[in-house]
Structures are given as C-alpha cells and as structure tokens.
Design a protein around this ligand. Structure first.
Ligand code: ADP
Length: 392
C-alpha cells in the first residue's frame, strides 16, 4: 500500500507533527503548535528545514482539539496529492496490557481512557487528538505507540514498589517513560556505536522531561521514571524523586490537596523552582543569578547519582549516551556529568564533546560516551508503518 504516515505527539501545551513517506522513508514536513492556552502558534518546515507555514491564534477558545484541527487542515493542504495511509500517535501510557503499538479501535480507546488517572496531564490530550481524527476522518487508520512499552520487558523487580501486594496488583507499579526515545536511540546503536549494541548502556534523555534508562543487549532493564513521569531526575519544572514524607508534611502543615501537590511537583519545581529564573537550560546558562547556577549544579548532581544506580542495575556499564535538548546541545552539562562519572573510568575528549556529535569520550576511556540525537516522531512513524503493514 502506498501513502504517507502522519505522526502526532500531543503534549500538555504543544502538539508536534511530522509527515513521512510510509515504510520508514524520508521526512517530508515537521512542525508544531506551541503555547496552547497562552499564545498558540503553528510552525511547519519541510524536509530541508525551510519554513512552509506559520500561523497564530488568540489563546481564548483555542484548545487541543482546535490545535489538532489546525494541524490537520495545514497537513491536508501541504499533502494535497498523496493519501495519508495512517496516523501514528505518541501515547504516554499503555499500562501493563499494551506492550507494543496497536491499531486504535473503539475498545482500545476505552482501555486507554481507563489509564487516564495514571497520567492525567498527558493521556487525555493524546486521546483527544486520536478522537478528533476519528471524528473528522474515520477512514484513516490510527496507531497508538506507547512511551511505556519499551520498559515492559524489564525484570519483574525493576517494576515493583515496596508497597502491599494488593496496591501493586491494582496498578501502582513502575511503568517507566520516554520509551519511544530510548527505543529509537537503541535502534541507532548498531550504526553509530556497534560495540554498544550488545553491551550495557546508560541512555540519558535530558530535555524538559529527563530520565535515564539502563539498556542491556538492546533491552530496557531500568528507568528512573516509575509510576509517573515525575520520579527520578530533576527536570525543567518537575521535582524528580522526593522523600515521600515530604508529601505527608505538605498535606499536614500546608493543607495541600492532591491538585496543589500535583501543581507543585509537575509545574513549579525542578530547574524552575530551584532557580526561580527559568525552566529552560539556555536561560539558566545565560543568567548570573547564583540560584540559576545552583539549579544546574543540582540537576547535574542528581544525574550523576542516578547514573551510579542505573549502572548497578546493569552490573557495570560500557557506554553512556546523551540525547534530547540538553543532552544533545549542552556540552558544558555533558562535561560536568562526565566529570562526576570519572570514578567509572569515563574520560571525555573535550574537543569531541565541544563538537557534540558521535563519540565524545577519549581513546583511553573505559566507558565510552556518545551524543545520539533522538527522534520520537520517526520511531512512531516506523511503528505505524509496521502495524499497518506498510513496509517497503
Ligand atoms: P521536550 O522534552 O520539550 O521535547 P527538548 O528535548 O526540546 O524538550 O529539551 C528542551 C531543553 O533543552 C531546554 O531546557 C532547553 O534549554 C535545552 N536546550 C536546547 N538547546 C540547548 C542548547 N543549545 N544549550 C543548552 N540547552 C539547550
């Protein structure tokens, strides 16, 4: 079957979009609607990075559904000649049942909606985009690709909390996230770092959301994110791991309820909360406020500690891979993290690190270090082609 694959990645305040030739072919367009609820704007560029569409709207009344429609309309205009053979979605949660991508039908929608309480800030947006397309173009097949699926084959213990069994059985367990990013990077290894493809690797996905994944012989064995995407590393606005006693204290002493704690831990903590300046690494690097420097230092410290933990889950580490916005672009953060990993035998090649691509460790380094750009949308496109039988 001929056609093109569209990919939607609906986040809490943005929707990313990409269009590919089916069967893992070229990327034709990529774009996003950002600032939903604040100052919504759309930008789409072609496969060469040239801008082909820009629009903006007033915030009032422009919700996720309106954004999905706007993206679809623009995509249909850009894609005049060729039919869309399928649409793939990044869906944050597949629970324990969805261990691989699935073609969406009415039953799948019901199952995935039942998982919304596990990811209330993301899952409803993901499903709203699928529903909007089901309503507008029911003839186009849609595929849900889960951020949790790559972690479902982790060892049993890696997926448990030390809670009473009935609570675990009710679904309070470690799911792990960023799976599409880790799967993409893992699939790149045979080409970019073949000696690691069968080895023990820690992948550091450091963007607005941040986590580490321990990958052994291509398979996830541990992830710093757990029941939700707030566990583990310090992030742009998320706290990462806390003593659970802090939550009890906040409830007792500040009278905070679930929504107030959610807002604190997801929106007001992390780099933003500690710095009081910004959640954006570039803004922190540009600031001379000592609190900004401390926020970055804490971000690095937490990563170094968790690299120790994930390396232990692997029984040793052969390679460390940096990816996502900070991991791919912030050479200083990579150098600081690597310095904290000197005890592992990691030594950077400073010139290679400054250049920021491929291998960045020195020849004598016991653990190799790499920059491997991630591409979650392409991973979704690959899965979507495979599920719909569109491979060339
Ligand atoms: P998302 O999780 O939203 O996809 P990204 O992977 O795009 O996030 O990462 C966003 C983060 O990457 C921001 O903190 C941003 O400041 C940081 N970043 C992007 N480019 C650079 C750069 N050149 N130097 C330092 N940080 C950067």
């Amino acid at each position: 079957m001929e056609g093109r694959i569209a990919v939607l990645n609906a986040g809490s305040s943005s929707i990313k979009f990409a269009l590919y030739e089916a069967g893992g072919g070229d990327q034709l367009f990529r774009g996003k609607v950002e600032g939903i609820g604040v100052n919504p704007r759309l930008k789409i560029s072609d496969g060469h990075g040239e801008s082909v569409a820009e629009r903006s709207w007033p915030a009032a009344g422009f919700d996720h559904e309106a954004a999905t429609h706007a993206l679809l309309e623009t995509a249909v205009e850009l894609n005049r000649r060729v039919p869309v053979a399928g649409i793939g979605h990044r869906v944050v949660h597949g629970g324990t049942a969805y261990v691989e991508p699935v073609r969406v039908d009415a039953k799948v929608m019901v199952d995935l909606a039942a998982l919304s309480p596990l990811a209330p800030l993301h899952q409803p947006h993901n499903l709203a985009a699928i529903q909007a397309i089901m309503d507008a173009a029911p003839q186009i097949p849609q595929v849900a690709c889960f951020d949790t699926a790559f972690h479902r084959r982790q060892p049993h213990l890696a997926q448990l909390y030390a809670l009473p069994r009935e609570i675990t059985d009710a679904g309070v367990r470690r799911y792990g996230f960023h799976g599409l990013s880790y799967e993409y990077v893992t699939q790149r290894l045979p080409d970019v770092a073949p000696e690691l493809a069968k080895g023990r690797v820690v992948i550091a996905h450091l963007g607005n959301g941040a986590s580490l994944c321990a990958v052994k012989e291509g398979r996830s064995v541990a992830n710093t994110m757990g029941f939700t995407a707030v566990e583990g590393l310090m992030m742009g606005t998320r706290s990462g791991s806390l003593d659970p006693g802090v939550l009890i204290y906040l409830m007792d002493q500040y009278g905070m309820d679930a929504r107030a704690i959610e807002e604190l831990l997801y929106k007001r903590s992390g780099l933003l909360g500690v710095s009081g300046v910004s959640s954006d690494m570039r803004a922190l690097r540009a600031s001379d406020d000592p609190a900004a420097a401390e926020a970055v230092a804490l971000f690095v410290y937490r990563i170094v500690r968790e690299i120790g933990s994930t390396a232990a889950a692997l029984g040793g580490v052969d390679g460390l891979i940096f990816t996502a916005g900070i991991g791919e672009n912030d050479a200083q953060a990579r150098a600081e993290i690597a310095a904290g990993c000197a005890w592992l035998g990691l030594e950077l090649d400073q010139a290679a690190n400054a250049a920021g691509a491929g291998r960045i460790s020195g020849a004598g380094s016991k653990v190799s270090a790499w920059v491997v750009p991630t591409d979650e949308e392409r991973m979704v496109a690959r899965h979507t082609s495979a599920v719909l039988g569109l491979e060339t």
